[in-house]
Design a protein around this ligand. Structure first.
Ligand code: F0G
Length: 457
């Protein structure tokens, strides 16, 4: 049977407050049509992000009580370290309070002005941390990964020829590391195959360049390998993860995703000299190496979360819940990135609202409508987030895709919530031709989508 119900019982609930259409219209207007400026209490289904929004298990909550808050040598750190070494296999484990700090610690220690860092697709904080440290972030995802409707089992794969060209053109001394993001968040939460990881690892070894993983959603990626790649169906997801990380030299991790916690992260690596330099900096900006900006109880729940995320009943439900929402939307002719990825559904707003031109932010118009009609919070990944104005010509450059991301928090919403989201989109479809584009009233110079104020054209 191909049907999975939630593999957990709900022991604690957080009531969702109801709001009326009129109230939501008023609230979103007051927020300048920017969903980041809405009070979370006024949201029915919050799909802004899957980061830091997981529900912890009874086992994790019990672990909170075992927090050892010693400044140095907390027993929870040793549990955290042992668990990470077991799954990821790297020698030095450095805790941080979230993923971007791990990125910053790594990049500020190895990137020199003008260095080039290839990745399948850099996530925005990864790109920003590279650029802040003087580097140039280059995306090398396969062409299939950039085509929303194209079906491919591993759309997050790196194009090996593109990777080699980047190294050859810039010179091996200008490439201090290669990154693979599993799953590829900026490219639709799409997985990377083990074969591709092996191929990238061979290139990395040939040129003697360290290979790091951006491992936020590693368990979801490994589950796709088990499901889709020949030779892995009889291996456990944990064994797949162990094999995968053995091809690399380290990883950065935001435990706010596949760590199943609300805050935390780490950096893990084999190079002991580099680890020592990073640890010295950690003490300066995050804290002593056995807590790195986290409480003992936080380290404990990460250790427990990393074990739980490898549970295959959980992963089966997780991936199928995303797939279910994808199917409900596809059945209602809502265009989405295919196949569905690990943590989110991405609606192709260009295809859904062809009458709104890119300079009028079609994806943002849909984001606003989702809130108005159903109290659903999604996020725009399109011209508002990535559009750039050429300083010399004043010409606006639009990204290729106009997407609305519906990110699903882990263990928080039931399949009935997915049905609700689908019903809201069905309702919007009926009158979508009347939807208007938007115009910017206020914008900041960088990362404008967080504080922008808009109005309808
Ligand atoms: N790398 C990837 C691939 C991410 O998706 C994120 C965060 C980070 C690094 C940074 O981790 O937030 O703990 O500092 N992604 C969130 C999202 C914010 O909504 O996709 P962090």
């Amino acid at each position: 049977m191909d049907f999975t119900a939630e593999p957990f019982r709900i022991k604690v609930v957080e009531p969702i407050k109801k709001t009326t259409l009129e109230e939501r219209e008023q609230l979103i207007k007051q927020a300048g049509y920017n969903i980041f400026l809405l009070p979370a209490e006024k949201i029915v289904v919050d799909l802004l992000t899957d980061s830091g929004t997981s529900a912890m298990s009874d086992n994790q909550w019990a672990g909170m009580m075992l927090g050892d808050e010693s400044y140095a040598g907390s027993k929870n750190y040793y549990h955290f370290e042992k668990t990470i070494k077991d799954i990821f296999g790297f020698k030095s484990i450095i805790p941080t309070h979230q993923g971007r700090v791990a990125e910053n610690l790594l990049f500020s220690n190895i990137i020199k002005q003008g260095n080039v860092i290839p990745n399948n697709s850099h996530f925005d904080t990864t790109r920003a941390n590279i650029e802040y440290n003087g580097g140039i972030a280059v995306d090398c995802v396969i062409d299939e990964g950039l085509d929303p409707a194209f079906e491919h089992p591993f759309k997050g794969n790196i194009d090996i020829n593109k990777l080699i060209s980047v190294i050859e053109e810039n010179g091996v001394n200008n490439v201090p590391l290669i990154i693979i993001t599993i799953t590829n968040n900026s490219g639709g939460g799409q997985p990377v195959s083990m074969q591709n990881i092996k191929d990238v690892s061979e290139v990395a070894k040939k040129y003697d360049i360290p290979l790091f993983f951006d491992a936020c959603r590693f368990a979801e990626n490994c589950y796709f390998i088990k499901e889709r790649e020949k030779g892995y169906d009889n291996k456990s997801v944990k064994e797949i993860a162990q094999e995968l990380f053995a091809y690399g030299d380290g990883c950065t991790m935001s435990a706010k995703k596949d760590g199943l916690v609300n805050m935390g992260g780490f950096l893990a690596l084999n190079n002991e000299n580099l680890a020592q330099n990073i640890t010295n900096m950690l003490i300066l900006i995050e804290g002593f190496p056995t807590y790195g900006g986290l409480a003992g109880r936080d380290l404990e729940v990460i250790a427990r979360g990393l074990k739980e995320v490898l549970n295959e009943d959980y992963l089966n439900f997780r991936i199928n819940q995303i797939r279910l929402l994808g199917k409900l939307l596809t059945d209602n002719k809502i265009p989405i990135i295919q196949p569905t990825g690990g943590h989110a559904i991405y609606i192709d707003a260009k295809a859904f609202l062809p009458h709104i031109p890119q300079n009028e932010f079609p994806a943002q118009s849909l984001v606003v409508e989702l809130y108005k009609v159903g109290g659903i919070r999604a996020v725009e990944i399109g011209s508002l987030m990535f559009g750039k104005t050429d300083k010399k010509t004043g010409e606006i450059k639009h990204p290729k895709l106009e997407l609305v991301r519906l990110a699903i928090p882990r263990r928080v919403y039931t399949n009935m919530h997915m049905q609700y989201v689908s019903e809201v989109l069905k309702e919007i479809s009926l009158t979508k031709h009347n939807l208007k584009g938007m115009k910017i009233l206020y914008q900041a110079a960088i990362l404008r989508h967080f504080t922008v104020k808009l109005r309808y054209v």
